[in-house]
Design a protein around this ligand. Structure first.
Ligand code: LER
Ligand code: MN
Length: 269
């Protein structure tokens, strides 16, 4: 399986972006550890120079399987489900702005925390309608660029919208676009799914991307998840995509990344 790891291109509060800081040094470290790719967490495409970044990434021989977008929520409060229509509009525009880089790299665009939460006083059905409409609009724009979107079910302590794979699959039905699927993250699945392997089987071909972190959100091998069983289940679906490390930089980023790849390479070829 192809292995990548998350790198944030901007300073970010999100703690499980394993690499932050000096872009070039981090890319060299990631490539030096044997990773095949780097998942870029980009707050706003306007803040990065695509040509410069592409040059650095290519020089390291890395691919870019996915672009994370959650910092637009974490740092700026943009979301698909904010009661303020201007903020919803900005969130949709922000996701569309990722399409050129995603098309260039052949990356999926991640819909994580930018979906937002149901704000107090907002009707949950209304928030779901906003969510479905926003994803339809973004999926249509992405389809025109040959790009896929992956919604990540996120645990209940971080969002009130789409916590489980069951809810994710229902959303897929409502959106009805072939280029819209799911990103499964073992950290969130450990909290929300009664049976992680059964959920992976149920999502099947709708799995567009996959995040790994152990039960404590440290690197795989540092907690109690059974990654051998989980990754066998993933492989059995016919998944051809990436397994991307998104875990806390503990004890620090390089050691965590080294431990993760050593552990994962032992259990998956
Ligand atoms: C992002 O991929 C993620 O897993 C969320 O926990 C963001 O907070
Ligand atoms: Mn994740």
């Amino acid at each position: 399986m192809k292995l990548s790891i998350v790198l944030s291109t901007q300073p970010a509060q999100f703690q499980a972006a394993t690499f932050k800081g000096d872009l070039e040094a981090n890319l060299r470290t990631i490539a030096g550890l044997g990773y095949d790719g780097v998942e870029l967490a980009i707050r706003d495409p306007k803040l990065v120079n695509l040509a410069d970044m592409d040059r650095l990434i290519s020089a390291c021989g890395l691919s870019v399987p996915a672009i994370g977008t959650g910092q637009a929520w974490g740092e700026e409060g943009l979301s698909f489900t904010d009661p303020d229509p201007h903020i919803r509009h900005e969130a949709i525009a922000r996701i569309k702005a990722h399409i050129p880089a995603a098309a260039h790299f052949g990356a999926v665009i991640i819909i994580g925390l930018i979906r937002g939460i149901v704000r107090p006083g907002t009707d949950p059905d209304c928030a779901m309608d906003w969510l479905v409409e926003a994803i339809k609009e973004c999926s249509m724009a992405a389809a025109a660029g040959g790009v896929r979107l992956a919604l990540e079910p996120i645990n209940r302590y971080e969002t009130t919208l789409i916590n489980s794979t069951t809810q994710g699959l229902e959303l897929i039905e409502q959106v009805g676009m072939n280029n819209f699927g799911l990103l499964l993250d073992t950290f969130h699945m450990n909290i929300e799914e009664p049976d992680i392997e059964a959920s992976i089987r149920a999502c099947g071909a709708r799995i567009f991307h996959f995040h790994v972190a152990d039960s404590n959100r440290w690197y795989p091998g540092a907690g109690h998840l059974d990654f051998r069983s989980i990754l066998l289940a993933l492989r059995a679906t016919g998944y051809q995509g990436w397994v991307s490390g998104e875990f806390l930089p503990k004890p620090e980023a390089e050691t965590a990344a080294r431990e993760s790849i050593a552990y994962l390479r032992k259990i998956v070829m």
